[in-house]
Design a protein around this ligand. Structure first.
Ligand code: ATP
Ligand code: MN
Length: 480
């Protein structure tokens, strides 16, 4: 048996008492031909492996270089040095994989996040990314735990879709037709997708919601958690071309139930990470504090990362209508002093990220749920309110991020829904399967979409969304 190792995280939680163990990992540093700082990815804390001087051959010592992998066996004893409670006194060291330290791209110094993005295949081996991706894992696990405990069914909605009526964003085409101009044409001279792989034009999904509604109107409550694609050419710190979205959909549910669930859900997964990843979050809290020291006073966050997370878990989100938000924005000093790049033109306008961030960061200083938006700026499936102007939509805005959740109560009344589709030129024939949910036992229902990476950004305090997904896909970039 090869894998008789103990993970370093587990070992460090024990008391050093002469136990015999085997560990395996990658060398972070090797000092004085005696002290190896060994990391195996289970924690940011390294295990100090101590080699007695003169006991190991010179050829072996030479191969203990930064990022070499090795197996060490020995006895665990209280450490004589400062900074760690235990040492592993090595009896045997076996190099598993050599690493040419001269050529290894990561040096034992601080690298910029931009530099590490170019080395995304190795950045997991740094403390910052080690912490981020363990927290990301915990959040993903907590998502499943939350919904499972509530009896939701995890539904896998398709990645390749034929419906292009969702209107959630620009789509990537999926085709096997040749791109060199020889693709078959129809009578109008356009590409004939009837001859394509699926016999029709297809895209990568921008949302699993419509399919999710099919599940909710049978199982009662479902959620999806999968990759989502948007060909939006927006090079921002909050947009990816490929991101992960969580979309719960609930039958017998109105807008307020929907908001309650979203708030409970967000608090739950943050709480889970705080409980299970305290060390990693502490590390990220310090990292952010260091980073913010470089900023002028007025650009720094008012709260540290851990304080912010605790504050969000312990306090109610602010809930206001879109109409009230427009009033606040219009009356704000920011607006009067013309500090917004996009002017507040009045009721009916779509809110820009700077407006959302003003509301959460400057005005309320906490997460805000905005509801009842003008119908004109929202999707066809959102439930029409009695005022004839607004729909039962809600967005959740988070400090430092802006929009993190978008959701709504869905229009369950067939006549209202089809009238709206006509107004928006959405062909009924294409969505016949969707409309069947309204034909056969329609129910009030609602749901929302949470962008998983934006949530990870919020919890880790990372400014750029590219640093919270393993292999970011953005305009002009799909390396690794
Ligand atoms: P935004 O206005 O920020 O582009 P949106 O209105 O397009 O967002 P929705 O269509 O409501 O967003 O999608 C639901 C959620 O998915 C958003 O609240 C956000 O958290 C996330 N999201 C949307 N687009 C992206 C993207 N390109 N990259 C990462 N996350 C995204
Ligand atoms: Mn968008």
């Amino acid at each position: 048996m090869f894998n008789n190792r103990i993970k370093i995280k587990e070992l460090l939680a024990q008391e050093p008492a002469g136990q015999q163990v085997t560990v395996m990992g990658w060398v972070r540093t090797f000092r004085n031909n005696q002290f190896i700082a060994l990391n195996d990815g289970s924690t940011n804390n390294n295990l100090q492996v101590v080699l007695e001087l003169g006991k190991f051959p010179e050829e072996l010592l030479k191969r203990i270089t930064t990022s070499a992998s090795l197996r060490a066996q020995g006895v665990v004893e209280p450490s004589l040095g400062k900074g760690q409670k235990m040492d592993l006194k090595a009896t045997t060291i076996e190099i598993l994989g050599d690493s040419d330290a001269e050529k290894y791209p990561l040096q034992p110094k601080k690298h910029s996040l931009e530099f590490l993005r170019e080395k995304a295949h190795l950045r997991f081996r740094t403390n910052t990314f080690g912490a981020i991706f363990r927290v990301r894992h915990a959040l993903a696990f907590a998502v499943h735990q939350f919904f499972n405990q509530k009896g939701f069914i995890y539904l896998h909605t398709p990645i390749i879709t034929a419906s292009d009526a969702e209107g959630a964003g620009e789509m990537f085409k999926v085709t096997t037709l040749p791109m060199d101009g020889t693709a078959p044409k129809n009578e109008e001279g356009a590409v004939n997708y009837k001859e394509d792989f699926f016999g029709r034009a297809t895209n990568l999904t921008v949302s699993g919601q419509l399919e999710g509604e099919l599940g909710a109107t049978a199982f009662g409550e479902i959620y999806t958690f999968g990759p989502t694609f948007r060909a939006e050419n927006s090079n921002t710190a909050r947009h990816l071309a490929e991101f992960w979205m969580i979309e719960p959909e609930m039958a017998f549910c109105d807008l307020e139930d929907n908001m309650n669930l979203a708030e409970e859900f967000i608090k739950y997964i943050i709480g889970y990470a705080m409980q299970h990843n305290a060390e990693d979050l502490q590390f990220l809290d310090q990292r952010l504090a260091e980073e913010e020291k470089q900023l002028p006073q007025d650009k720094r966050s008012e709260m540290g990362l851990l304080d912010k997370l605790k504050f969000v878990v312990d306090n109610q989100f602010e809930r206001i209508t879109y109409t009230a938000a427009i009033d606040i924005l219009r009356e704000s000093n920011y607006n009067k002093k013309k500090k917004f790049q996009y002017e507040i033109t009045g009721w009916g306008m779509d809110l820009q990220s700077e407006h959302e961030r003003y509301l959460v960061e400057k005005h309320f200083k906490k997460p805000v749920i905005l509801s009842n938006y003008p119908a004109g700026i929202k999707a066809f499936y959102m439930r029409q309110n009695e005022d004839g102007k607004t729909v039962a939509a809600m967005d959740i805005l988070a400090p430092g991020i802006g929009e993190i959740v978008g959701g709504s109560q869905r229009e369950e009344r067939m006549d209202r829904l089809t009238t709206r589709m006509k107004e928006m030129n959405i062909p009924e024939e294409e969505l016949w399967w969707y409309l069947d949910t309204r034909r056969f036992g329609t129910v009030p229902h609602a749901g929302f979409g949470l962008g998983f990476e934006r949530m990870v950004q919020f919890v880790t305090g990372m400014n750029n969304i590219r640093d919270v997904i393993a292999f970011p896909r953005t305009p002009g970039s799909a390396e690794f």
